[in-house]
Design a protein around this ligand. Structure first.
Ligand code: 4AD
Ligand code: MG
Length: 427
């Protein structure tokens, strides 16, 4: 008999099915066992009665044992999912030891046992949404004429400043794990023009926040011949498409995770744009003391969320706060043509950073020196300006940040299967 996935059981009322999965919960009494099984598509209660083949194993098997069974599907209002399976043949494929994760465990224990905790319903739901998010990113870019391109993970260059670089020995010379594909992407934009990539980026973040990973998945795009406004339109189109796909496919997962369904429903391009300067004014009006050059904190984003229910762009940040490659604002040389896309709410924060790119090599060199970066390794990057410079813009979106906001997850580490943070590189 072919295997039935638990999620399809509703269509099999009265019929015989064969299930494979793991024991999610189990309770045995005299002459009867209630074994709740799980597979990726759902959970279902199976009843194994004395006299059924495999009954004694059903009585012995602990949670997370892997099992196979055949049985008859019966509607039962009281059962989780509304159906129950009356087993006719039950067998344990792999007996589980006493599972180390019980109810109400500390976050540390769950992280130490991440390789087992990935089986939990919570992480399963997040991983499903994450998979849809990644698919939707590819769909959006490919539908809009972008080529997918890859760039090296090992590099000689800092893209986002030296303080978060992971240093490595590279056959006797110093190299780094990349913070972003961007610098190489700028070279490739002179070839394919509209390009994107989804790859890991690395940040030696010394901060322990709910929003920082040391290794995260970065969805980045770079486009030739566009200005920054056009880049913002691509970004809001991308986020709108992703949220829509998630709402289409994962209503039940998102509800279970406690996502703000109304807020997600309302996500639709265009998003509001507010300058950095206006943001400070707004915050100060709300009683927060901020001044030019201050970063916008998590707490302040929550304050702003009272006014912004949808993601919004904070544009034109001070040049002094942003990296060397950002295009100086011709109307206000203190600022650059850039934006952070901010997702509102408790689980929100900066989900995209992007800008138009500076094409004046003198300005790039001056800024590199100001950052304390040795321009020696940036020779090839300068060549992009020397050989047919062109206007271009791009952005990078943190896949886990986006997942965290959409699913309303408290900590970013639950948005990736095996998180890498300042205090964790195991398992
Ligand atoms: O704002 P960032 O540093 O921008 C760049 O790397 C540009 N080079 C992107 C580009 O223009 N191609 O990073 C982009 C995004 C952030 O908005 C955030 O979503 C995510 O990457 N991000 C992180 N996500 C998780 N953990 C971290 N430590 C992150 N740092 C950045
Ligand atoms: Mg940023």
């Amino acid at each position: 008999m072919e295997r039935t996935m638990i999620g399809d059981i509703g269509r099999m009322d009265g019929k015989s099915v064969r299930l494979k999965g793991w024991i999610y919960r189990t309770r045995s009494g005299k002459g009867i066992s209630f074994v709740v099984m799980r597979d990726p598509t759902g959970i279902v209660q199976c009843v194994v009665k004395e006299g059924t083949k495999g009954f004694s194993d059903a009585q012995k098997a602990l949670i997370e044992s892997s099992v196979e069974l055949t049985g008859k599907v019966r509607k039962d209002e009281r059962a989780p999912g509304g159906y129950e399976v009356q087993a006719t043949d039950f067998s344990v494929v792999g007996f589980a030891d006493d599972f180390p994760i019980k109810e109400q465990q500390s976050p540390e224990l769950l992280l130490d046992n991440r390789h087992l905790w990935v089986r939990s319903q919570k992480l399963l739901r997040i991983f499903k949404v994450r998979s849809t998010i990644l698919g939707a990113i590819h769909e959006y870019f490919r539908k809009n004429g972008f080529y997918e391109i890859q760039s090296p993970s090992i590099t000689k260059m800092a893209c986002e400043g030296g303080s978060t670089l992971f240093e490595m020995k590279y056959f006797g010379e110093k190299a780094y794990l990349t913070q972003s594909w961007q610098l190489h992407a700028e070279a490739l934009a002179a070839s394919l023009e509209k390009i994107y990539c989804i790859a890991p980026s690395f940040r030696a973040e010394k901060s322990r926040t709910r929003h920082h990973l040391a290794e995260y998945w970065h969805a980045e795009a770079e486009v030739a011949w566009i200005d920054h406004d056009e880049s913002l339109r691509i970004q809001e189109g991308l986020v709108t498409h992703i949220v829509r796909e998630c709402m289409k496919k994962h209503r039940s997962e998102l509800k279970e995770l406690g996502a703000d369904m109304k807020a997600l429903e309302s996500v639709k391009a265009p998003f509001r744009r507010i300058t950095y300067k206006e943001t400070l004014e707004l915050l100060n009006k709300k009683g927060t003391k901020t001044k030019w050059g201050d970063d916008i904190t998590d707490l302040q984003i929550r304050t702003l969320s009272e006014d912004f229910k949808k993601p919004f762009f904070i544009t034109n940040w001070p040049k002094s706060m942003r990296p060397f490659y950002m295009l100086e604002n011709p109307k206000d040389k203190k600022t650059v043509l850039n934006a952070d896309l901010i997702a509102p709410g408790e689980s929100g924060g900066e989900i995209i950073g992007g800008s138009a790119r500076e094409s004046d090599p003198r300005k790039i060199l001056a800024k590199l020196k100001e950052e304390g970066t040795d321009p020696a390794n940036y020779g090839w990057y300068m060549d992009i300006r020397r050989f047919g410079s062109f206007p271009h813009a791009g952005f990078g979106m943190g896949v886990e940040r986006l997942t965290q906001w959409i699913c309303n997850v408290d900590h970013i580490r639950d948005c990736i299967a095996f998180p890498r943070t300042i205090s964790r590189v195991y398992p």
